[in-house]
Ligand binder design. Structure first.
Ligand SMILES: [Fe+2]
Length: 295
């Protein structure tokens, strides 16, 4: 029987009573997805998944999309992006520095990512949590006049962290290869996104990759985006997951902001951080005929 208990923080739940190896086809994830969309962030402990198990589970959340950072994908499995503090021959095994700032996964591509799912394979001795902010609650708490001002605004996104564009900084976005730099382009996203499954409105992508507002002078656009981002980043909207080995976690990118921690390179076997990450686009397959389109 599925049970939930709150995460350490303002929102999100730990889900008990689910062995993800039993997710054999998308329909078998229906109860889990209902909890996921309601609570925005979920954690399932003590999962023992093969690559094929994890691959199958993530497909229940949406369409897998290989990450733009193609040099950090798991070799032979392009849908999996490695997150790691392990270096081999001087090169990181996965995303090492590049997520330690408030952001929305792949809001800089159209369609954007709708969910991200991770599986913790190795844990560093000191831990390395992911932090989350509830952008539905943050929107709900805005004054009505602000909601009316922003509801129809369109935001310009591209790869990067607008608060730190120094590619040598640990709190900037992951450093790009020369080929990847040539492929960065602008995309337009709503500032207020109505969720594609539950219809709730959320502040979308107001930190990280948002760099302007369509039709607005740059200084005014940045001032508003900063105001909204700082509004989202408050203790009352905050939760976090400090992964244990065997954890699977998922976050709804349409309803949250998140960030990783600045980490240190692994120095021995007890200090290694290795997670598989898959991001998906679109609705879960089980909802495709049932729910209203995204705003
Ligand atoms: Fe991320």
């Amino acid at each position: 029987m599925i049970r939930t208990k709150p995460l350490d923080g303002a929102f999100g739940v730990e889900v008990e009573g689910v062995n993800l190896r039993d997710i054999r086809e998308p329909e078998s994830a229906r109860a889990l997805l209902k909890i996921f969309h309601e609570h925005k962030v979920i954690r399932l402990r003590n999962q023992d998944l093969s690559f094929d198990d994890f691959d199958r589970v993530t497909k229940a959340f949406g369409d897998q999309r290989p990450h733009f950072l193609d040099h950090l994908r798991l070799r032979g499995h392009p849908a999996i992006l490695m997150l790691s503090n392990v270096f081999e021959d001087g090169r990181p095994l996965g995303v090492y520095e590049g997520a330690a700032f408030w952001h929305t996964d792949v809001a800089y591509e159209d369609p954007p990512n709708s969910s991200t799912i991770v599986y913790a394979l190795e844990k560093p001795a000191g831990g390395c949590p992911t932090e989350f902010m509830d952008c539905v609650a943050a929107y709900d708490d805005l004054p009505q006049a602000m909601k009316e001002k922003i509801d129809d605004l369109k935001v310009v996104h591209h790869y990067g962290n607008r608060w730190d564009m120094d590619e040598n900084s640990p709190t900037s976005a992951e450093r790009l290869t020369e080929d990847q730099k040539k492929r960065v382009s602008n995309v337009i996203m709503p500032l207020v996104r109505r969720h594609h499954v539950n219809g709730r409105k959320a502040l979308y992508g107001c930190a990280g990759s948002s760099f302007g507002i369509v039709g607005w002078p740059e200084d005014e656009a940045i001032a508003l985006l900063d105001e909204l981002a700082h509004h989202c980043i408050q203790d009352k909207y905050h939760s976090q997951i400090d992964y244990e080995i065997g954890d699977v976690a998922a976050w709804d990118t349409f309803q949250t902001l998140h960030k990783a921690q600045v980490q240190k390179p692994a120095t021995d076997q007890t200090d290694r951080r290795v997670l598989w990450r898959v991001s998906v686009t679109g609705k879960p397959p089980i909802y495709r005929e049932e729910t209203p389109a995204a705003a």
